[in-house]
Ligand binder design. Structure first.
Ligand code: M6R
Length: 605
């Protein structure tokens, strides 16, 4: 979950390293650092905190050097402070690392037994010291190769060498690493986004591979150090909007963008003229799909859980869902007639990628629903369904959630129709309802003032609960996740019917309880559950799509979303919850785009 960058150029690189680190900050923002080579000396600058602090340091004491590496950190080993910030250097070598060296304690003991001293608490310093030792007898490439053989765990590494002032070595196992090319400059970076302002020509290292770059050329090596060739991809230009524009935060910009991102997504998949869904080339013949298993983490998992209700409602396919970190360690029975679908905004989430690898090893068909089409998960799966949401920068996932739901819904409709689980009339009706979604989303977002009133109820609360039934249950989970992630306020999402099995004990006078109750087959049941909460003093914030006025003295605030089709309600009911989390975070002065302890792309287990 750290971000790394490396630039080999014919001109000073520190400013471009800083610019790339700013783009990589979504991956970690505990500390930042860079190292450049000047007059055969490694020149390191580091700070705890954000890249802007590093920029200030560089402003006062500029770093020259035409070759350099940079890092933004999300702490795993050792607290986030200056000493543990990357790069980790000796007088011979400087290293930036994303990932976790699982056997670092063991290797550290071996090195200490030889009298070698450590400065930091990080696992990365082991890599620096092993390479330094190996350099006594080997050239840089062999030193790195020999060091990698000793490492267990996951890593993407960027390394520069005091005595080899024109090269950067990159290596990958588990954590992603992109290589970029331009005239008289070459790059490594944790993702293509970090390189975007410098190049759109990209290659990706696969697991176990290394690269050696100079300003003029890049050489690639496989896990046995045999030279290999790599395909050069031209990156898509559909996600160029990477500044906040008129908005105070990326999160609110991304919330407001949702009518457009959902419309883009629908336009990509729906043929309006033919009233058909353009999804073809299923990796398994649709009629033969026995079961679909949906896998993701966090918000992506919540979209899987929502889709489960749709697939059960519309198709004859069995559905299972799982959290990727659980799936990867379960003792599973794989079936070649099952389709395994991986949902991930970034396409780099370590647990999701590992779960996908397990499926591949078991020779079953895989599909990924991702936002980043150049990502590891997309590249490793048999079939990719992009969500076309454009870059999402706020750590809290908003437009990607709606994008994931839209693609899952479209896939569900297509499968239901091909398998004759629904007739043509229903299929066409559902498609035409779906096309109304962007406009309805727009109407919800306009209704912001009610949400601001609701937010005030949370600013001083000790905790909160989010309740829903059916497909509103995953939306309750998502609402609670957003609130805790952004405002650090305890929030529980629950199926409303579960309250009396324990959580009702938490209800006390004035506790804010969000009840999500669209007018579906669960409505009356949810209202009964709500009454049980009211009877115990809970302060109800009611979110519904029903027309009748249902506020009373026990229901403090309400938010009404438009109604299009019961199955589309989850998308609309999500919007007030996203806006609520945003406004509570503002009231509590929290860092909306970079909540504490988190990172956008979770590339460690
Ligand atoms: O990139 P992914 O969709 O795989 O990320 C999964 C989760 O880490 C992510 O959804 C996380 O829960 C969000 N920060 C929630 O807003």
């Amino acid at each position: 979950m750290c971000g790394i960058i490396g630039i080999a150029s014919n001109k000073p690189v520190s400013i471009n390293i800083i610019n790339s680190l700013k783009k990589l900050e979504y991956r970690g923002y505990d500390s930042a650092g860079l190292a450049t080579l000047t007059d055969n000396t490694i020149n390191e600058k580091k700070c705890s905190g954000r890249v802007e602090e590093l920029e200030k340091i560089l402003f006062k004491t500029p770093s020259n050097g035409n070759i350099g590496i940079g890092h933004v950190r999300w702490a795993t080993h050792g607290i986030p402070n200056l000493v543990n910030a990357h790069p980790h250097s000796t007088d011979q070598v400087s290293v930036v690392h994303n990932g976790i060296i699982e056997n670092s304690d063991e290797l550290k003991k071996e090195l200490e037994a030889e009298g070698i001293l450590f400065k930091s608490q990080t696992d990365t310093e082991v890599v620096t010291l092993l390479i330094t030792e190996a350099l006594k007898k080997n050239n840089p490439l062999n030193s790195v190769f020999k060091t990698l053989k000793k490492l267990k765990g996951s890593f993407a590494l960027g390394i520069i060498f005091k005595n080899f002032s024109n090269i950067i070595i990159g290596a990958r196992r588990g954590s992603p690493l992109a290589v970029g090319y331009s005239k008289e400059e070459n790059y490594i970076g944790s993702d293509s986004y970090a390189l975007k302002s410098m190049t759109n020509k990209i290659s990706y290292l696969d697991d176990g591979e290394l690269c050696l770059l100079t300003k003029d050329e890049v050489s690639f090596y496989d896990a046995n150090l045999k030279k290999i060739n790599k395909k050069i991809l031209t990156m898509s230009e559909n996600d160029t909007s990477t500044d906040k524009g008129e908005f105070k935060h990326f999160m609110i910009k991304e919330i407001v963008e949702q009518p457009d991102t959902v419309r883009n997504c629908i336009d990509e998949y729906v043929d309006s003229l033919k009233k058909n869904i353009n999804i073809f080339n299923f990796p398994i013949e649709p009629q033969k799909i026995n079961k679909i298993i949906l896998i993701g983490c966090g918000t992506a998992y919540n979209s899987c859980l929502t889709a489960k209700y749709w697939f059960e409602e519309l198709t004859s396919i069995d559905i299972e869902i799982d959290i990727a970190s659980e799936f990867r360690y379960r003792k599973l029975k794989f079936d070649s007639n099952n389709l395994y679908i991986f949902v991930s905004q970034s396409g780099e989430t370590a647990d999701t990628a590992a779960a996908l690898d397990i499926c591949k090893k078991n020779n079953v068909k895989t599909c990924s629903i991702v936002n980043v089409i150049e990502s590891t998960i997309a590249r490793n799966s048999d079939w990719v369904l992009p969500i076309h949401a454009g870059i999402e920068i706020g750590v809290a996932s908003t437009k990607a959630f709606l994008g994931q739901l839209t693609v899952l819904y479209i896939l569900c409709l297509k499968l239901a129709f091909i398998r004759k689980d629904i007739d043509e009339k229903t299929y066409i009706k559902k498609i035409s309802n779906l096309k109304k979604l962007p406009e309805a989303i727009k109407r919800c977002i306009k209704n912001d003032s009610n949400v601001q009133l609701m937010a005030k109820e949370f600013a001083s609360a000790k905790g909160s609960m989010f309740l829903g039934r059916g497909s509103s249950f995953p939306i309750a989970l998502e609402g609670a996740l957003k609130l805790k992630e952004l405002s650090y306020l305890h929030a529980e999402g629950y199926p409303a019917g579960e309250m009396k099995h324990g959580p009702l004990a938490l209800i006390e006078e004035g506790l804010p309880v969000i009840v999500i109750a669209p007018k579906d087959k669960y409505f009356e049941k949810t209202i009964s559950n709500m009454q049980e909460v009211i009877a115990r003093g809970g302060k109800i914030l009611f979110i519904t799509d029903q027309k009748k006025e249902s506020l009373n003295e026990n229901i403090r605030f309400g938010f009404r979303v438009p109604h299009i089709d019961n199955l589309l309600s989850p998308m609309l009911l999500t919007l007030p919850l996203q806006m609520l989390a945003y406004h509570v975070a503002l009231l509590k002065n929290c860092d909306v785009d970079k909540p504490r302890n988190l990172a956008k792309s979770v590339t460690v287990e």
